[in-house]
Ligand binder design. Structure first.
Ligand SMILES: Cc1cc2nc3c(=O)[nH]c(=O)nc-3n(C[C@H](O)[C@H](O)[C@H](O)COP(=O)(O)O)c2cc1C
Ligand code: SF4
Ligand code: FES
Length: 673
């Protein structure tokens, strides 16, 4: 799992770390007469601006539209957007350098994003990337990039070709993929994700979300209605908002996005009455290993819309937004069509089904940034800014989008609401276990024979999921470790396979249920490879706002690279463990912790293997004598001399590496744009 050459921080936006030319006049808002804008682009941007209470929210869709026209966010493209939106080019540049899907230098007409994150790497993604990059070399039309998790780990290793997901792929598929692309044919039609069915479930399993999910046409209103769709909304509108909320509270439904907070409680925190309140559906789904929301949105979009309509009624909210990650091209198209159908049928819009409740829903697309899944970063991004997390409190329920009280919930959480209204909150709470009620869609990926989404009652044994449903590791292999809740969760080992899969049991076992994504690593993979893959991901995704996260993710990558290069001693493990401890709890959001917790758990549980790796790598370099080097370190003052002093990460403003080597998205060190 060597890291493929990929854009690194700073290198993606050439010159981002050059000193600012203070003698240069800052570029102001271009005047309408100064800039000529193609009418179609102007029309699209103006239409998007009209959708939001604050027109700046249209900045990302506007840049995406300009990029489609110009091929990249060129100075001309930026100037045209700035002219229509009445903002400065610098403001738009600060966005273009933050989001991975916006190109800041000329790029080919076609984009091929190859996922090289953990679940794909475990199944050969790095060799796939090399093969596709080599096959496309010299073709200026094709922009091949290594990308972080694309939310399709069930078809790993995979690629997104101009937004179409294909997989599983092998290096030998590279030529056919590029041929199809060049000829303008559908790319590898047999391998397209759109054709994939959900994994088989055991007979008799009670499915609330995935029941009949592959029925042809379920994404249309007609089929959804035929199966009883929108009846829960009718039932809810016949009750008072308080009664609907009481059902959600009685269900004890815990959020499915990561933190596991009870949805009913969250709704009850919102102030009552008519005011500028918002509902935001978090469809950013970027946690490596997680692909359940993708399945739900793509196959049963009306279930999500019905959930949004009911939840907004319970919270007396009249404006909602679905923030869907930019890479989910197909899902965004399906959702847009479902939204139009639901509006036409009177399930959304003014006076829904002749009730007094109205709801306007806007579909908003991100542009590639993991941090935008964090709720407060998502709100900033939705307001048309870089996705930087906000200081909490105030929590979004009190002060969120456009400063108004905001209910943010994950796709799966909201999609569960119609089932709760249909069966009643108390009956729902009887499923699962006491503190983890209901069913959960669990994404299983990595070294298992049947990767996919499985809906199951919370509290069943983890072994049943990994071995019973997903088929366990390939023949002859054993589970080495597994992440129970996406790549941010501390790893568990084979000894934990009988732990019940629910929020509290996972916590007691030293990990967390998180987004409900299990990644299995078998005994063929060195733990160092897993750690390095993860650390590089978090370094790339750190927004760079706080020092422990920005520097700590970078230090960790460097230390792991030192180990691999044979330049480390076991003392480096102590230093690395200490760096993780200094990150945890010292950051504005938990992205830093999301790296520190799993890396810390790997050092704790696989220390012997790390030490062997250090020793072997040193032997390869002819530096074998560890006792001597540890003795030399002791002579220099011992471990304490080499550990960062307590609070050093938090206090240090200085970077440890050359410009561009920090964790953090480009531009985080250049000051406000
Ligand atoms: C770094 C980071 C990334 C996150 N990514 C997502 C995500 O992609 N989708 C999601 O629903 N929640 C994500 N969350 C959790 C959200 O902050 C928030 O807790 C969630 O959207 C609330 O919805 P829920 O209560 O329905 O789970 C993330 C949190 C962090 C710290
Ligand atoms: S912890 Fe990392 S991602 Fe979160 S605000 Fe700080 S720097 Fe940004
Ligand atoms: S799609 Fe590759 S790791 Fe998720």
């Amino acid at each position: 799992m060597n890291a493929p050459p990929r854009f690194a921080h700073g290198s993606r936006a050439p010159g981002w770390d050059k000193p600012v030319d203070l003698a240069k006049e800052p570029a102001g808002v271009p005047g309408p007469a100064q800039v000529e804008v193609p009418p179609q682009l102007r029309e699209e941007i103006e239409a998007r601006m009209a959708e939001y209470p604050e027109p700046r929210s249209a900045a990302l869709p506007a840049l995406a539209a300009a990029q489609r026209l110009h091929g990249w966010c060129s100075p001309q493209a930026i100037e045209q957007v700035a002219g229509v939106m009445r903002v400065t080019p610098a403001y738009l540049e600060s966005l273009a350098t933050f989001y991975d899907m916006l190109e800041t230098s000329p790029a080919g007409r076609h984009s091929v994003y190859v996922c090289t994150n953990i679940s794909c790497s475990l199944r050969g993604a790095d060799a796939l990337f090399d093969a596709i990059a080599a096959a496309a070399e010299g073709d200026p039309d094709v922009n091949v990039r290594a990308f972080e998790c694309l939310g399709a780990c069930d078809i790993a290793p995979m690629a997104s070709v101009d937004g179409t997901y294909v997989g599983p792929l092998e290096p030998g598929d590279a030529a056919a993929l590029l041929e199809d692309l060049g000829a303008g044919r559908p790319v590898l039609p047999e391998r397209q994700l759109a054709r994939r069915h959900v994994a088989e479930h055991a007979d008799g399993a009670e499915l609330l979300l995935l029941e009949g999910i592959d029925e042809p046409g379920l994404a249309t209103r007609a089929v959804y209605e035929r199966r009883g769709g929108y009846q829960s909304l009718r039932r809810a509108l016949a009750m008072s908002p308080e009664e609907v909320l009481a059902q959600i509270e009685a269900s004890s439904l815990r959020g499915r996005g990561g933190a596991g907070f009870q949805m009913g409680k969250k709704v009850s925190f919102l102030p009552h009455g008519a005011m500028r309140k918002y509902l935001v559906c978090n469809a950013d789904e970027s946690e490596p290993g997680t692909f359940k929301d993708r399945e739900l949105m793509q196959k049963s979009p009306h279930m999500l819309l019905e959930g949004i309509a009911i939840a907004s009624y319970a919270a007396e909210i009249t404006r909602a937004f679905i923030y869907v990650r930019g890479e989910y091209e197909l899902q965004a198209r399906v959702l847009a069509a479902a939204l139009a159908e639901a509006r036409d049928a009177g399930y959304l819009g003014e006076r829904i089904l002749d009730s007094h409740h109205s709801l306007d829903v806007v579909l908003h697309r991100g542009a590639g940034a993991y941090i935008c899944g964090e709720e407060s970063a998502l709100l900033d991004s939705l307001e048309g800014k870089r996705g930087n997390p906000r200081l909490k409190p105030p929590f979004p329920a009190i002060q969120g989008l456009y400063q108004g009280p905001t209910l943010i919930n994950n796709v799966e959480t909201l999609a569960t609401v119609p089932a709760i209204i249909r069966m009643g909150g108390e009956r729902y709470a009887q499923l699962g276990v006491e503190t983890s009620t209901g069913t959960k869609v669990v994404s299983v990926s990595g070294h298992v024979q049947r990767p996919g989404n499985y809906e199951l009652p919370l509290g069943i044994s983890s072994r049943e999921i990994i071995y019973g449903l997903a088929g366990g590791p390939p023949a002859g292999r054993e589970v080495k470790c597994w992440f129970p809740g996406g790549s941010s969760a501390p790893v568990l080992t084979a000894a934990d396979l009988d732990v019940p899969y629910d929020f509290d049991s996972m916590g007691k076992a030293g990990s967390m249920l998180g987004s409900g994504a299990i990644i299995v690593v078998d005994d063929s993979t060195p733990i160092l490879d897993v750690a390095l893959k993860l650390a590089r991901f978090y370094r790339h995704e750190s927004c760079g706002k706080c020092t422990p996260c920005r520097e700590g993710t970078n230090w960790t990558v460097k230390m792991l690279e030192r180990i691999d290069a044979g330049e480390a001693t076991p003392m480096d493990l102590e230093i690395m463990a200490s760096v993780q401890e200094h990150i945890i709890g010292n950051c504005l959001c938990v992205l830093g912790d999301a790296m520190a917790m799993p890396i810390g758990s790997m050092i704790e549980k696989f220390r012997d293997e790390f030490e062997q790796h250090i020793e072997r790598a040193r032997e390869r370099r002819g530096l074998g004598d560890l006792a001597a080097s540890d003795g030399a370190l002791a002579a220099q003052g011992g471990l304490e001399e080499h550990l960062p002093p307590a609070g050093a990460l938090a206090a240090s403003g200085a970077g440890s590496g050359a410009p561009g080597e920090h964790g953090g998205r480009p531009g985080t060190q250049k000051g406000g744009a």
